[in-house]
Unconditional design. Structure first.
Length: 296
């Protein structure tokens, strides 16, 4: 089954153009299932797998304490894997055809309020080494609602400072244009004119944000930087890069932006993904009502 998984991952990368993170996650899910199939039932090829084997595996993972959301990811990986194999004629039938996705409880995304975002940004010491870079990164995460991978891959030729527009490549290699706020543009200008030139080496590419080695920032390093400044800000909230994306969308909606425009700026393929922010805003309104209305 290892060869079949390799062929499938190549298909995701080359023909579907899906992200490296998605490829790694899918490979891990399939590899763990393949290993279980071999050790539990001595099954070496996908054509030997039945729906009974799959449901037994999922039941094992559930008993081991795996969350419903994680089980759903496994089910999705298995479904698209066997659909791929069926199309190639590698299996006679798709054993996942009748397999349904587990129902999962939908959690509302966490957000920061506007004062908390301001406190986080103002806590960054721009006179410290790489302070201008860190301020520009965090300003951009919030100003444009970028995913952490989109920030890491942002390139100089795709940033138009005059128009205050950044072209980003999102999930599935889909390109979109996002506006960059005035404050973020000012932070970017300070970093690009002062700090970035000092980081450039012979290995440097055209990525906007560079590490101390002059190479592209990793998503792990960006995560660490956000956590570092969050700790210094004194905020009690659990702050991470995607929280700024959630805050971006919630603040736009709360200030009257159209949901379809927010969907476009976030790069969501489906409006239902964006609609979760309407629930966040409703929760905020209810909290304000309970706090301030005399008969709430």
């Amino acid at each position: 089954m290892e060869e079949e998984i390799d062929a499938f991952i190549r298909y995701l990368a080359v023909e579907r153009g899906l992200s490296e993170n998605y490829q790694l996650s899918t490979r891990r899910s399939l590899a763990e299932f393949a290993e279980w199939s071999l050790h539990r039932h001595k099954l070496k090829r996908a054509r030997e797998i039945t729906i009974e084997h799959i449901t037994e595996y999922l039941a094992d993972r559930k008993r081991a304490g795996l969350a419903a959301s994680s089980i759903k990811l496994i089910v999705v990986a298995l479904k698209i894997f066997f659909r791929f194999l069926l199309g190639k004629g590698a299996v006679r039938r798709d054993p996942t055809e009748t397999l349904s996705l587990p129902r999962i409880e939908r959690y509302l995304p966490e957000t920061l309020n506007e004062i908390q975002v301001e406190q986080l940004l103002e806590a960054i010491d721009t006179t410290a080494p790489l302070g201008l870079r860190d301020r520009a990164m965090i300003e951009l995460l919030y100003a444009s609602g970028l995913r952490i991978s989109e920030l890491a891959n942002a390139r100089l030729e795709n940033f138009n400072a005059e128009e205050r527009i950044l072209r980003v490549v999102g999930k599935g290699n889909k390109t979109r244009l996002v506006p960059v706020g005035r404050k973020a543009c000012e932070a970017m200008a300070a970093y690009l004119s002062t700090e970035r030139p000092k980081l450039v080496t012979r290995r440097t590419g055209n990525e906007i944000f560079l590490s101390t080695r002059g190479t592209k920032m990793t998503t792990v390093r960006i995560w660490q930087i956000v956590k570092k400044h969050a700790k210094r800000s004194g905020l009690q909230a659990n702050i991470y890069p995607h929280l700024l994306r959630h805050s971006f969308a919630t603040h736009l909606l709360g200030n009257g932006a159209d949901l379809r425009i927010i969907q476009e700026m976030l790069g969501h393929a489906d409006i239902s993904t964006t609609q979760v922010y309407t629930h966040v805003d409703q929760q905020r309104l209810k909290a304000v009502h309970r706090k301030f209305h005399p008969r709430a």
